[in-house]
Design a protein around this ligand. Structure first.
Ligand code: MN
Length: 254
């Protein structure tokens, strides 16, 4: 069994080490992770500047790029063959609801899924100063084993979020769709030492909205939550409506 491990928090993060330990119990581990923090980089690929790969040990590499760069380089160049599984994480923080659009953790797994490799993105919803990586490790190991046993359909990945509780307090595992998550909109304007403005964006978690049986509310309630994700984000429900707008056909401005 050959397993690629990556993340978006960077090669030195505690969650990556926790994930490498899980992967090592399942097979031969290859780690290809960003050299620096790449959270919220989504699915960006570095195509207009060089990527450097630094060796950090046997089968362990840091890439000066994004999480998607890591999966791409690993799958198409660094690994000796196509891996059986790609594990991304364990992210320092949850990736719930619309977080998955911004998440580098999810994007690294999505890049693998699009290349035909079963992939799992794993995140720990850290609440305190001593994250319970061990709880997340237990769930990741179980889910990874199931993926290896059952396989995943083409271009589908799994997104896993685990609450930051001791293993005995974890309520269990639920399968649920994405919900909606809201953050406070925050733009801080400051002046740099030379008197020029700069900005710091991104607010705090505010609330979840929508059904109680979606990923956010369930994870908040103490469940580890698995959501299957697909590449096709077409709004199928709007295709017919759009066709009534008379947009189709030869180009016309009327
Ligand atoms: Mn991250």
């Amino acid at each position: 069994m050959l397993i690629l491990v990556t993340n978006d928090d960077g090669i030195d993060s505690a969650g990556l080490h926790a994930l490498e330990a899980v992967a090592a119990s399942l097979g031969e581990v290859w780690t290809v992770a960003p050299a620096t923090e790449q959270s919220a980089r989504s699915h960006a690929l570095t195509m207009h500047e060089p990527l450097r790969v630094h060796t950090h040990g046997p089968r362990r590499f840091a890439v000066t790029g994004t999480p998607a760069d890591c999966s791409y380089l690993a799958l198409h160049h660094l690994l000796p063959r196509k891996p059986d599984l790609v594990l991304s994480g364990i992210n320092r923080g949850s990736n719930l609801g619309n977080d998955v659009v911004y998440s580098g953790t999810v994007a690294a797994a999505r890049e693998a899924a699009s290349a035909g490799v079963p992939a799992l993105a794993a995140s720990l919803w850290i609440r305190g100063d001593e994250p319970r990586w061990d709880t997340a490790q237990q769930v990741v190991r179980t889910v990874a084993e199931r993926i290896l046993r059952h396989g995943l359909p083409e271009r589908i990945l799994l997104n896993l979020n685990v609450p930051d509780v001791v293993p005995e307090v974890l309520k269990g595992v639920r399968i649920a769709p994405l919900g909606r998550r809201f953050y406070t909109a925050s733009v801080e304007e400051k002046l740099d030492p030379r008197g020029r403005r700069y900005y710091w964006i991104g607010g705090d978690h505010e609330r979840f909205e929508g059904p109680e049986d979606t990923d956010g509310p369930l994870c908040e309630d103490g469940w580890a939550v698995i959501t299957p994700l697909q590449m096709d984000i077409t709004a199928h429900g709007l295709l017919q409506e759009l066709r009534t707008w008379n947009l189709e056909g030869p180009c016309s401005t009327t």
